[in-house]
Design a protein around this ligand. Structure first.
Ligand code: ADP
Ligand code: MG
Length: 233
């Protein structure tokens, strides 16, 4: 479970996130929905422990900077962070060593799911953008995280890969993982979200529970709340 309490992040004089609080529970897909520049990546990076911030972030009850917290979450960044000269297999081995992951059953399952079996010995610089994204996802998943942070996951993926990724996120949720996805594209998460937090200009504007709404209303709500925002695309 991820608990964000009164998160404030300033870059210089600019307040990118201004007092956001929300929870992403285990067994649910929670979405941070907001237009470009809303503060989604800043929030996700804060949770991942990559930024200094004010407020409090707990992962499974641990402060997000604690080693116990780092052990239980996975982070899929907006843009893949890879080593050009390492192969797919070497990337996965590196993560498995760092997290003390035993066996290669799940790794094989992921390679098959993302259709990267034929690329295991290919270096990152030889992968297409979509393949890099897939490798980045596998690196976050191979540790079997209890909480998963996913920043704009589907950018650069082909339709089949998007479909597979959505199915996988749903399966993780069914297995009790707390999945937190940031996106500005409602259509992608419409079918799978449980809780949506709509943010705009660093402020939490609404919390929408799937159980309390029909499918169209999330879009209506989002458009209503972000109407008139020139940055909205
Ligand atoms: P989103 O992911 O919702 O599109 P971001 O969290 O990336 O939004 O950015 C939120 C705001 O913070 C934007 O106005 C962006 O320009 C600003 N911002 C993001 N990163 C930095 C940075 N490193 N330095 C200065 N401003 C930043
Ligand atoms: Mg972003």
């Amino acid at each position: 479970m991820i608990e964000v309490k009164n998160l404030v992040k300033t870059y210089g004089n600019f307040k990118a996130v201004d007092g956001i609080s929300f929870t992403a529970e285990n067994g649910k897909i929670t979405v941070l929905l907001g237009p470009n520049g809303a503060g989604k990546s800043t929030t996700i990076k804060s949770i991942a422990g990559l930024l200094k911030f004010d407020g409090e972030i707990l992962i499974d009850g641990y402060d997000n900077h604690d080693i116990e917290a780092k052990r239980v979450f996975g982070y899929i960044p907006e843009a893949a962070n890879l080593y050009d000269n390492l192969t797919v297999r070497e990337h996965l081995s590196f993560i498995k060593k760092a997290y003390d992951v035993k066996g290669d059953g799940y790794e094989k399952e992921l390679l098959s799911l993302f259709e990267l079996e034929e690329k295991v010995d290919v270096t990152a610089k030889e992968l297409s953008k979509g393949m890099k994204q897939k490798l980045s996802m596998m690196m976050a998943l191979v540790t079997r995280p209890d909480s998963l942070l996913v920043d704009e996951p589907m950018i650069g993926l082909d339709p089949m890969a998007i479909e597979n990724t959505l199915k996988l996120l749903k399966k993780l949720k069914d297995n009790g993982v707390a999945v937190l996805i940031s996106t500005h594209i409602i259509d992608i998460i419409d079918d799978i979200y449980d809780e949506a937090y709509i943010i705009d200009k660093g402020v939490l504007k609404a919390h929408v529970s799937k159980s309390e709404l029909n499918l169209n209303s999330l879009k209506d709500e989002f458009l209503r709340i972000t109407a008139g925002d020139e940055k909205h695309e």
